[in-house]
Every structure is written in C-alpha cells, then in structure tokens.
Design a protein around this ligand. Structure first.
Ligand code: ATP
Ligand code: MG
Length: 626
C-alpha cells in the first residue's frame, strides 16, 4: 500500500496517557535526518514551578457544579463541551462496568458523550492530594484489563455518576487539558506565528496488550480532545524500544538478537519481546506476544500503608487518617517522592519519614515526628512486587525459549523501571544466564515511552515489521452445504446460486499467535451479488475470537469468546462496472457479482482496511467499532 511520506517541516508531539502519570514531548524537524533535540514538558499547572517529567493522570470535578455553561479548567482556559443531554438511564448503562467488561458494545459505552454538566475541572498537579479524584481511567478504556486492587471500581462509578460523564468523555477532557497545556508551552517556546504555520503531528501511545476496540476508544478520545484527525498510535513498548536502543549507545545488541522490554509503570508492568531485524534504520519483529500484570510501583504505596498500620495498630492508624489526614499525606508523599525512588538494597540506609504530630513510640520506630525505616523494612515492601515482576520476565523468557530462541537483553523503562532495586534484582537473577542476558536501563527511563513516540513520528515509518496476532480474526459467511460438516439448522436455499448453503460458517483469516506482517496486508476474499438497482456497498462484520481454539461456526458455542470487532463498509460503487460480471440464473433472476478482497493491515496501534480487485486497491474501508 502507498504510504504518504511525512512532510519535511513539522512539529511532532508525543503523548503518553499513562495509568498513573502522563507525559508530553515534542521535537521540531526541518529535515528528517537532523531533527531538533526532543524536549519533554516539565512544567505543569498547579505544579508550583517544581518541574516533573510527567503529570498525574488524575482529574477532579468540583462537586459544586453550577450553571449549564462551558466546562471550566481551573487556573487555565476554557475547554469546550457541546450541548445535549445525558439521560439518567443512559448514564446507568454507561457506568455498568460489569456489563461493560463482557459487552461487545463497549465502544458505545465509551463513546465521548455530550454533557451539559458545568463544573470546575482540575487535573494533574491541580488536584490536591486530599481531594477525591478520578484515577486509573486509562484502564477503564479497555474493560478487559484488570483494575489494580487499590482502585475501587465502586468509587470510580460513583464519581462518574456524580460528574454525569462517561469514561470516554472524562478521558477526552483530561487529554484536552494535557494537549492544551502542551500547545501553550510550545507556543511560548516557538511563538504563535511558527505554531500557526507549522504542521503538527500527534503520536499517541497505547499499551501493546490492548484490544483493537480500546485502541479505537483512545483514538476517539484524542480526536474529541482536539488533537486533530491525523493522529498516529504507537504501542508503548515499541516506543520505549526505539528510544532505549538509540539512548543506550554503544550496546552489544546485533541483528538476530532478541530483547524483552519491561515497561514498569505505576499500575501495570508490560512486557514484550522483539527481535532485531536491522539496526540502521531500526527494524524489529515481535517474537512473542506481550504480557503484563498489575504489579506497578503504586503497590509499594499500598504496602507502605500496610506497614504503617501494622506498626501503629489499626485504631491509632485509623485515628490519624481521620483526624490528621495531612500528617499521613505528608508521610505518604515522602515515601512516594523520596524513599521509593532512593531505595537501594546494596546501601545500608535509614529513612526518616516525616509524620508531624505523631506521638513518640519507640516500638513503632517513631521519634520526634519521624517514622524510621531501615533498608530491611523498605526491602520487605519491595520484595513481593519485585517477585511478581521477576515471574513475568521469566514467563516471557520461557515463551522465547519455547520458540528455540534466546533473550539477549532486558530493557527496563517506565517510572518503576528507573528503580535501582529493580535493576539490581533483575541483574542478580540473570547473572548466571547463558547466553548472557544484559539488563539495561536507559537514561530518562521514565520518559522513554513518550520520547520514543516522538522518534517514531519523526521517522514516519513502521518499525516493527512483524507482529504476533493477539486473537483470531475472521468472518462468518455461507458455505456450500455439506451434510457431513454442517448441521441442518443452518441449511438454506441460495436464490442466486440456486444451491443449498450452510449459513454462519466461520473463516478465520488470521489465527491467534500467527505472525502478521505490518507492512503487507492480509487479504480476505469476498464476493458480492446484487440485482440491478440494488446498492453495491456491502456491510461485513469482522469477528474476533480470544480463545486459543476458534469455533468453526458462529454463535453455536455461547461460551466462546467470539464477538464482532467492527463493521466494515467497502464502497463497491468505486469498482469500475466492467469488473462486475453479469449473470442470469436458471430461474431468470438477473444479477451482477464481484469477487474482491479486503486487505487488513495490523499496524502499530490500529488496523487499516482497504478493498481491492485483482490486487488493485479501489479505496479504504471504513470500519466502525461501535
Ligand atoms: N526511581 C523510581 N523508583 C521506583 N519507582 C519510581 C521511580 N520513579 C518513579 N517511580 C514510580 O513510577 C510510577 C509511574 O511510572 P509511569 O509513569 O511509567 O507509570 P504509568 O505510565 O502511569 O503507568 P502504566 O505504564 O501502568 O500506564 C509511579 O508509581 C512512581 O512512584
Ligand atoms: Mg506507562
């Protein structure tokens, strides 16, 4: 397929909407070979001039919603909302997450809704630590993803009902605030004239383990957030790999080597293994499918809370949380900002955590308003979380070995990926491995994903040449009836072909786990029969199945995880008339038929469809996911 070359003069903006933190980076390129350095946005509204590579993915709405005017962004400009009304019962549906987790209509529920609710919105650092906020919203975009234990679905639902918005809308509003802030920073840096005359390209990152529908929901939220129509999605570990391989120079990796990217974030740890096809320019193949688990750095905070509770006893701890919430917030913040990030198992440290107003308690290690933790105490919090990560890494390595391949390196990225403790534990775990496994941690590991997104935007080409299909893809159609294969209840008479057919027969064009090229489309053969005067545009349902074994017939096994992924609508009127063949069947019925193919390309962050006859492409196929 023809791929349009990116314009030479452009500003690429990378956006990493994370579970706990989000980041934005940008680079201007006058020529693709010599782009400017990537700059990461580090100042944020509400950040009190303290710089941070990322901003919390949190949003809060003032309970005192007032007039039905526009949504106000606290301390910033107005974000627009459109008119319309959400009805209560519609809301109830949208917040029915249990239904959502199994519903094929998740796209509808995630749709960006119109909302008349006017409220003051705070986001990122603007949300005060003691205020109620919506968080981990990203995980709600993919109902298949488990929520970390510390996030209460009930609380999120309740808050969403309070805001009268659905997940898609809240995500779009957060993204709009993030993007508007990024544009403001870039405007200041480059000037209004430059910004209004330079084309802006957005590259948005999504987890590699996400469903196609979740990727589509993210894309729709980004469009609703005003990021334009030309948005490229890239898988987070791919982006991290691109940046890490460029940042870790020199490294011993060669063509044919395989490496596991471990993106250890706040909520989740995502892993994927790539093989190096070519080094300059970088081209990769996915070796095994991505995996992941809820064992991110936020769990350390939960374990810290458990530790303090155990030290003080339930009653004292609950009393402090209730009556001295700021004191607890201060301790937790110190743990988050300092202890967690400076803990090194090889150092014999004592951490004095400020806990103002807490009575001295020698047994609990509290002295003059400080809680003392030694290396062993902090290590006991890290251990279960690190153990879970080691299990995930070993799982990926086993899958690679099962393919008679070896892992040559582990690349650690993400906020938790910066941890000295995680680095040392992985190095010691694989110290004896043969062949050698190099554990690498690039500088700027926390922003590796967003920096890689910018590099991908500057490059403009697919970097991963082959991926592993995450599920089966196919269609349900009629086949010639065969009484040995088909049951009688699907048998019917086809008036065009004048033959007995079997309805609802599955043809799986791509099997789960199969290697799929991201540069060459997979083609699905179809035919269309229609009578003169009948519309030629056809609607095809693309079905997917998550089970390892895909069913042969659609809708027969209620337990099978087969569902409609999207509706594809090839506009067959675009195919020249002479390619249609005329028929008259034995009953005198006149009709035309066309044999054509749907081409499907599995690209980073999305599927692309076209339709073609004899390998000539006649147009794109619009796919609707809801
Ligand atoms: N040096 C460090 N050591 C340990 N943890 C750290 C360090 N620096 C940041 N973190 C933790 O990393 C987490 C944020 O990481 P990151 O921004 O990669 O996550 P995310 O992208 O929001 O999450 P996800 O990838 O799950 O969507 C926070 O919990 C933070 O406490
Ligand atoms: Mg992340």
């Amino acid at each position: 397929m023809e791929r349009s070359k990116p314009p030479v003069d452009r500003l690429v903006v990378g956006i990493d909407f994370g579970t706990t933190f989000s980041g934005v980076a940008a680079a201007y390129s006058a020529s693709p070979d010599a782009p400017d350095e990537i700059s990461v946005i580090k100042t944020w509204p509400g950040g009190n001039n303290i710089t941070s590579d990322k901003v919390p993915s949190e949003i809060a709405y003032d309970a005192a919603a007032t007039s039905p005017s526009d949504l106000k962004v606290a301390g910033g400009r107005c974000a627009n909302t459109s008119g319309g009304n959400i009805k209560r019962n519609k809301l109830a549906d949208a917040f029915h997450f249990n239904a959502l987790s199994t519903s094929p209509d998740a796209g509808k529920l995630l749709a960006v809704s119109d909302s008349t609710t006017a409220s003051t919105m705070r986001w990122g650092f603007q949300v005060r630590p003691d205020k109620q906020r919506l968080r981990c919203l990203k995980l709600l975009l993919d109902p298949a993803q488990p929520l970390p234990k510390y996030v209460s679905l009930d609380d999120l639902q309740e808050q969403l009902v309070g805001t009268q918005k659905n997940v898609g809308t809240v995500v779009a509003e957060y993204m709009r605030a993030l993007f508007d802030h990024a544009k403001e920073v870039l405007n200041r840096r480059y000037g209004e004239f430059f910004m209004s005359t330079t084309s802006l390209k957005v590259v948005l990152t999504v987890p590699a383990v996400w469903s196609d529908a979740a990727q589509d929901a993210t894309l729709r939220a980004a469009k609703a957030a005003g990021m334009g129509q030309d948005i490229t999605l890239i898988f987070e570990p791919e982006a991290a790999a691109v940046y890490a391989l460029q940042a870790i120079q020199p490294n011993h990796l060669k063509v044919g080597h395989n490496f596991v990217v471990v993106d250890a974030g706040g909520g989740t740890v995502d892993l994927i293994t790539y093989g190096i096809r070519q080094l300059a320019p970088l081209r990769l193949d996915e070796v095994v499918r991505g995996s992941g688990g809820c064992c991110g750095a936020a769990f350390l905070n939960i374990l810290f809370e458990d530790f303090v509770r155990q030290k003080l006893g339930d009653d004292s701890f609950d009393e402090i949380r209730l009556n001295k919430p700021r004191s607890w917030m201060m301790a937790l913040k110190y743990f988050e900002d300092y202890v967690k990030r400076h803990y090194d198992p090889a150092e014999d440290d004592l951490f004095n955590i400020p806990f103002p107003g807490i009575p001295d308690n020698a047994d609990a290690g509290i002295d003059q308003g400080f809680l003392c933790m030694d290396t062993a105490d902090v290590g006991s919090l890290f251990k279960p979380v690190i153990d879970d990560i080691l299990t995930l890494v070993e799982g990926q390595m086993r899958s690679v070995r099962a393919m008679d391949k070896t892992v040559n390196a582990l690349i650690l990225v993400g906020g938790f990926g910066q941890s000295e403790c995680l680095l040392k534990c992985l190095r010691s775990r694989f110290a004896e491995a043969q062949p050698r496994v190099e554990v690498m941690q690039p500088v700027n590991a926390w922003t590796a994903v967003v920096r890689g997104a910018v590099l991908r935007g500057l490059e403009g080409e697919e970097l991963v040449l082959n991926r592993k299909a995450r599920r089966h893809y196919g269609v349900s159609a009629s086949h010639k009836f065969n009484r040995r294969k088909h049951s009688l209840d699907v048998k019917y008479w086809d008036k065009y072909d004048e033959k007995w057919k079997a309805a609802d027969q599955m043809t799986w064009f791509i099997s789960k786990g199969a290697t799929v090229s991201s540069t060459e489309p997979v083609t699905f053969p179809f035919y269309r029969n229609c009578q003169p005067g009948q519309g030629r545009t056809s609607t095809i349902e693309l079905l997917v199945c998550d089970d390892d074994e895909a069913p042969r017939q659609h809708n027969v096994n209620p337990g099978a995880k087969t569902r409609v992924l999207c509706q594809m609508m090839p506009d067959l009127d675009k195919v020249p008339g002479h390619l249609w063949s005329d028929h008259v069947n034995a009953s005198g019925l006149r009709f035309q038929s066309l044999d054509y193919d749907i081409g499907m390309q599995v690209e980073s962050g999305g599927l692309r469809f076209d339709f073609r006859v004899d390998d000539v492409v006649y147009g794109k196929v619009t796919a609707t996911f809801d």
